[in-house]
Design a protein around this ligand. Structure first.
Ligand SMILES: [Zn+2]
Length: 255
């Protein structure tokens, strides 16, 4: 019932506010991308931004930007970080709220990396409810954990040019050297990408974030994508999924 009311009430507003999307048939959407570290959602998020012209809201970037610009919540976040404390959810939510007040989010947004736990999810629902801008969908990228560990632990980067390579993509036995730099420096692995670190991050995801799938499924928002595929194949699946969202059908029918 809530879903129907939401779509009917907001479809005309969405049409009035915004011109047609530059490409694709999605006029507006508010989505959360969920997935384990290494599931590829960051890359897919970038492709959504390019295709639909809807901004990506990544809380890490947002936090840095709010601190740099000295917004109300940015100042509070900086105070917390300077005193070695965690930035509490209330501040992160405040920063998201500040971001959603900017015009480029009128056609929607892609939340990437937030919420990460139940408390954040309920706080987000409450904030978006207050703003009258509830989520259209939550897309869960499902990738086998073994594949994630393989992908991430294969990452190597060049300290000279910063380019990231994957040793699994190179022919077996190829030495790990940068192909772009003339003197072919040796590639290095970031501490974050070491297998033990990856496994720890997957555990946190499994315990705190993955259960949100049930929370969003109960609200009829969850859409799952099998992301055990190439980046391009996952993009095809993602676009198809988003263009078939009920809210988008409703918009097209109404126009
Ligand atoms: Zn290089």
């Amino acid at each position: 019932m809530a879903g129907c009311g939401r779509g009917l009430k907001q479809a005309p507003a969405g049409r009035g506010l915004t011109p047609a999307a530059p490409t694709g048939s999605v006029s507006w959407m508010r989505i959360v991308l969920m997935g384990a570290p290494g599931s590829g959602k960051g890359t897919q998020s970038q492709r959504l931004v390019e295709r639909f012209g809807i901004p990506q809201i990544s809380t890490g970037d947002l936090l840095r930007s709010a601190v740099a610009r000295g917004t109300e919540y940015g100042v509070r976040a900086k105070a917390a970080m300077d005193s070695g404390q965690l930035v509490v959810d209330e501040i992160v939510l405040g920063i998201i709220r500040e971001r959603l007040a900017e015009r480029d989010t009128e056609r929607g947004f892609i939340l990437d990396g937030f919420p990460r736990n139940f408390a954040q999810a309920t706080a987000l629902s409450s904030l978006l409810g207050t703003l009258g801008r509830p989520l259209d969908a939550v897309v869960l990228f499902e990738v086998d954990y073994a594949e994630i560990v393989r992908r991430i632990s294969g990452r190597r980067s060049c300290q000279q040019c910063g380019r990231v390579f994957n040793i699994h993509a190179s022919p077996a036995g190829t030495p790990a050297h940068c192909e772009r730099c003339d003197d072919q420096p040796t590639l290095v692995q970031r501490a974050d990408d070491e297998e033990s670190t990856v496994r720890r991050r997957l555990e946190v995801y499994e315990q705190q974030t993955r259960p949100l799938a049930d929370y969003y499924a109960a609200q009829g928002l969850l859409r799952t994508i099998d992301a055990n595929a190439s980046v391009d194949e996952v993009t095809v699946r993602l676009f198809a999924l988003l263009e078939s969202l009920p809210a988008q059908r409703l918009l097209r029918n109404a126009s």
